[in-house]
Design a protein around this ligand. Sequence first.
Ligand SMILES: [Zn+2]
Length: 98
Amino acid sequence: MSRLDKKAVAKEIDRLFNLALSSEDELLKRSAIRHAVALSRSVRVKIPKKYSLFICRKCLSLLSSSKSARIRVRKNRNWQMVIRCLTCGSVKRIPLKR
Ligand SMILES: [Zn+2]
């Protein structure tokens, strides 16, 4: 796979996420994200962190609204952001750096 192709795929992934984020249609959102994830896996292009934070790894739904996710910030040993997917119930913990 050439470098140009990776660039094109990265662009396409970006486009798909923009589409998913701006759409109101749940079905379209899902298929756009599923497509982006499949692309990134097949070409080994990483999904940008700003997007990957807001995808549920289990059911691939977008955790962008208060309807689809519950976000809490907690302090155990370190500060962390806890995101619970309201679609499948999986919990994702993201350590917060200061
Ligand atoms: Zn989920």
